[in-house]
Design a protein around this ligand. Structure first.
Ligand code: SF4
Ligand code: SF4
Length: 472
């Protein structure tokens, strides 16, 4: 029985409802009257539910697909402007007791180098990340109650926040660790994390159980209900994601939106972010072993449809994707990207380590952070190192209402300018600095509110004088 407000995984992600949704979408994929009606609803910034969005995903009429892409671009501009927030993943430990068949950290992989960072090694990693200019991290660790207990994660977060090197600081730590208890989520909240991220991998229960044959992650309900426990523990910014390529993408897409609808129905707050990873090659993993891989065209369509279905949710794309794919989907609604990522444990301080096969997946985009910043600006985007919202208490429903009313841009835009200015002062090479300074001059003029504009001008000047960390 499908019930978006139920707390049972099998009821809010009902297999029956997804199958009916897919049949409905198939039956209506050429129904232009219905498709136009759905597009009109999206145009009014009302978002779409999983059934409506699934009809659009099934639709193959080229002109309608073009309309979807154009609408996604417009919605992205209206809600997020041209800013793109940058972050880096930090792998703390690749010890893991689970058996996920698509991940090289699975327990039975004996030829991967296992490593867990000490607090001293974390200091080195974070210093290296600060020296690049990063301000926002997503920490990652395998599930292992002996090697990576919650105490280790909490201690690592404290270490990360404590490191102040030159003008560097990590101002927001997002956390991507295994599903855990309400009590542990409460501890993470107390440690002042930003977003708690947990990928569902697949919403298809039967496949889920096959893909996770051993370890605590095998429990579909415990994993799927994790965000409810996180919210019960006081974390109000949560990030969803599926690993595209494991199951039928249309099934996953419907499940993902149903999960978002569930969070709204129960907690009054939808997901803060949605990530769109695809299965990639890695040690012991061959993506061709998964026969549900999606093409770049479908991938772009999924990104566009997420954007128009949940306009208030940030969308994240990682360095798993190539520069070309990232360029293609950036205008369709992506609001956050990783830059200069190392997906091995200890990979920032010790560059060679990546070769010692401790990486979770192959990185397609291997450019430096400066190259990424430079590239974004040349494409007309405004790179941002902003971390303001949770530090200003703009989380959960406070953030959502600002975002839904298209007000958040009033904060994002000046914050992007100020944090970019910090980056240019402290880390950029000469060419990037020049392009950036010109960009800031132009963008400052676009701030509509005279008071905000004046303050932003003053803070940008103060940053030239050596002061740091301003925010709206
Ligand atoms: S996906 Fe996560 S839980 Fe699964 S094996 Fe990899 S690190 Fe462990
Ligand atoms: S103001 Fe908030 S939503 Fe905007 S970029 Fe900064 S942290 Fe993100």
């Amino acid at each position: 029985m499908y019930d978006a407000a139920s707390l049972k995984a099998e009821e809010f992600i009902s297999d029956e409802e997804i199958k009916e949704t897919l049949s409905f979408a198939d039956a209506n994929k050429e129904n232009t009257a219905l498709i136009d009606k759905i597009l009109e609803k999206a145009r009014q910034r009302k978002g779409l539910d999983h059934r409506e969005a699934s009809v659009l995903l099934a639709c193959e009429i080229p002109e309608k697909i073009q309309e979807m892409f154009a609408l996604a671009e417009q919605i992205k501009k209206d809600y997020y402007g041209n800013r793109i927030v940058l972050f880096a993943p930090l792998y703390l430990s690749n010890y893991c007791v689970n058996g996920c068949v698509y991940c090289p950290y699975h327990l039975k992989n004996k030829h991967i180098a296992r490593k867990k960072l000490t607090q001293e090694e974390i200091r080195k990693e974070v210093t290296a990340l600060q020296d690049m200019g990063h301000k926002r991290l997503a920490i990652e660790a395998g599930e292992d109650p002996v090697n990576n207990p919650i105490e280790y994660i909490l201690e690592s977060i404290r270490t990360i926040y404590s490191i102040k090197h030159k003008n560097g600081a990590i101002r927001r730590v997002n956390v991507n660790i295994a599903a855990t208890t309400v009590e542990n989520y409460r501890k993470l909240k107390e440690a002042e994390i930003g977003t708690y991220i947990l990928f569902q991998e697949t919403y298809h229960k039967e496949s889920y159980e096959k893909l996770h044959p051993t370890g605590p992650k095998h429990d579909y309900a415990y994993h799927t209900e994790a965000m409810d426990r996180a919210m019960e523990g006081g974390i109000d910014d949560v990030g969803l994601g599926v690993l595209f390529g494991l199951e039928m993408y249309r099934y996953e897409f419907a499940g993902l939106l149903m999960h978002a609808e569930h969070l709204e129905a129960v907690h009054g707050v939808g997901p803060h972010t949605i990530s769109v990873p695809r299965v990639k090659r890695a040690d012991d993993i061959d993506p061709s072993a998964f026969d549900n891989g999606i093409s770049d065209d479908i991938f772009a369509k999924i990104c566009a449809l997420i954007r128009i279905s949940v306009p208030y949710t940030g969308m994240i794309i990682s360095t798993r994707e190539s520069q070309a794919v990232r360029e293609r989907v950036l205008p369709l609604g992506v609001s956050q990207i990783s830059g200069a990522s190392r997906t091995s444990v200890g990979g920032y301080a010790d560059e060679e380590d990546e070769e010692v096969t401790s990486a979770q997946f192959d990185v397609s985009d291997r450019r430096s952070l400066d190259e990424v910043v430079n590239w974004l600006m040349k494409l007309g985007y405004l790179p941002s190192f902003c971390t303001a919202c949770y530090r200003e208490g703009r989380t959960g429903d406070r953030f959502m209402s600002l975002c839904k009313n298209m007000q958040i841009l009033n904060c994002c835009h000046p914050n992007a300018l100020m944090t970019l200015k910090e980056y240019l002062e402290d880390y950029a090479n000469e060419e990037t600095r020049k392009i950036g300074m010109e960009l800031i001059e132009r963008e400052l003029e676009k701030i509509p509110n005279p008071k905000v504009k004046k303050t932003a001008y003053e803070h940008i000047h103060d940053i030239s004088e050596g002061r740091r960390d301003f925010r709206f």
